[in-house]
Design a protein around this ligand. Structure first.
Ligand code: GLN
Length: 477
């Protein structure tokens, strides 16, 4: 097996002929088969991946290749790929085949990446453990008795277990960063609207963002660079220049000011995680960075605000699955209304139903002002906290998760306990800012620990430079 440390090195080896892309794809396919027990893929796209590999090899031989030539990518099964299944790990879309390709995925293909499969996740991206999947849970490759995190669990596993080079996930409240932390890989959530959501099955439209899981900062930066940008098919995608993230990462011009929010180190944080984050911050201080104590006073309201607003949006987004237009239809019905009700009752899983009910409740005439409208106001306060913090500092650091990866089944009967695990991640989605997980250490038991870095809206460039510095100067030494 020929190894490479990142995509740039892989491309060199493909160009020199030392590495064959077809062999490389076959290697990943055999690894996926060997590690089937991890249940990280809903669908392996063997035929189309090998076909694309052949095409790309030809382009490489003709010296006419794209930026991501030969990068083998897995995509979360909430992202559309034409003529391939799109299930969102649900029963209701079990037999649904997509008619078109998501913009982010198309951009990868246009730059000559190879799509190897569609990864497992929580149903409609709702969850933190990948246990809410109609395909069964994905397992954490570090310890298969533990969850890989969620909702993009399969994508995190696919990277961590070396089943592909990079994977795409989606992050509505932490679903890229948290599984990245649990599996020990890099996971980047871009600024809201940086990447087109066209072809991403909506969960909470004002929160959802697509981003990469990777083995290193450079690969994550390359992918972001390719998938970003204005898209006419998504009117919320923003029309601002996309920096060349991957070439910029090596140029940290100034010593950034690092904010450390006191609210991120309070009660409920695992001691080993706390110590590991503290150690990194100490090292950064010794390297000359200015460490600033900051406060995000509305942090304690993030979980409540997040779960009110996202369930409201989800209840509306998921109204389209009525048994008539997509996927599953119950055949136990005699009237149209029965058909709607039975298709939804039989087709949706427990967590999705819980959220539709919660969302419908907070949007109902009698409770709209008390919950939904109030939560919108608090969302603004949370955003203001960040705006204020970023007047003082360039990036914010803290833990990605309050706990280490937990055991399968440990929290699945207690939704509230599960929701509380999102304490450090949901705020970035409420504020629309970018964030990254960096795998910084292992616990005494060998479980991964993640550092989260947050930056101002559209400041992925500094976020990635800081991440690269940590990767190269603190971790690779
Ligand atoms: N764990 C969070 C939730 O269950 C985040 C999900 C996500 O980001 N898609 O809603």
């Amino acid at each position: 097996m020929i190894t490479y440390k990142n995509h740039s090195e892989k491309l060199q080896k493909l160009l020199s002929g030392e590495l064959s892309l077809e062999e490389n794809v076959k290697y990943f396919l055999s690894e996926i088969e060997k590690k089937k027990n991890l249940n990280s893929f809903n669908f392996v796209l063997e035929e189309s991946a090998l076909e694309q590999a052949q095409k790309v090899s030809e382009k490489i031989r003709n010296n006419n290749y794209g930026k991501l030539a030969g990068m083998v990518v897995a995509i979360k099964d909430v992202l559309a790929l034409k003529d391939k299944p799109l299930t969102c790990s649900s029963k209701i879309l079990k037999n649904f085949v997509s008619l078109y390709t998501a913009t982010a995925v198309q951009k990868l293909i246009d730059e000559d990446a190879v799509i190897i499969g569609k990864t497992n996740c929580d149903e409609f991206a709702m969850g933190s453990s990948n246990e809410n999947s109609a395909f069964g849970p994905a397992l954490n490759p570090v310890d298969t008795t533990r969850v890989p995190g969620g909702s993009s669990g399969g994508s995190a596993v696919a990277v961590a277990a070396n089943l592909c080079d990079v994977a795409l996930g989606t992050d509505t409240g932490g679903s890229i960063r948290q599984p990245a932390a649990f599996c020990g890989v890099y996971g980047l959530k871009p600024t809201y609207s940086r990447v087109s959501r066209y072809g991403l099955t909506a969960f909470a439209s004002s929160f959802d963002s697509i981003g990469p899981f990777a083995h290193n900062v450079e690969d994550a930066s390359k992918v972001l660079e390719v998938i970003s940008g204005k898209d006419e098919k998504d009117s919320t995608s923003v029309d601002i220049p996309v920096p060349s993230f991957s070439s910029d990462i090596k140029t940290l011009e100034k010593k950034l000011r690092i904010g450390v929010p006191k609210e991120y180190f309070g009660e409920g944080l695992n001691q080993e995680i706390k110590d590991a984050i503290g150690a990194v911050i100490e090292k950064l201080k010794n390297s000359g960075f200015e460490i600033v104590d900051i406060s995000l006073p509305h942090n304690e309201y993030t979980i409540a605000t997040y779960y009110i607003l996202t369930t409201a949006e989800a209840s509306s987004n998921l109204a389209r699955y009525d048994g008539a237009r997509y996927g599953f239809r119950s055949d136990n019905s005699s009237t149209l209304l029965d058909m709607y009700m039975n298709s939804r009752s039989e087709g949706f899983g427990k967590e999705v139903k819980r959220r539709i009910m919660l969302g419908t409740y907070v949007l109902s005439a009698g409770y709209y002002d008390a919950y939904y409208r109030k939560a919108q106001k608090v969302r603004r306060l949370i955003k203001n906290d960040f705006d204020k913090a970023f007047e003082q500092v360039d990036v914010i650091m803290g833990p990605t998760t309050p706990s280490l990866p937990f055991k399968l089944g440990e929290k699945s009967e207690d939704p509230l306990e599960m929701y509380l695990g999102d304490i450090y991640t949901t705020s970035a989605n409420l504020a629309g800012i970018p964030g990254i997980n960096i795998p910084i250490a292992n616990s005494a038991e060998g479980l991964p620990i993640g550092l989260q870095i947050l930056a101002k809206q559209f400041n992925e460039a500094e976020l990635l430079k800081m991440s690269y510095f940590i990767e190269q100067e603190l971790l690779n030494k």
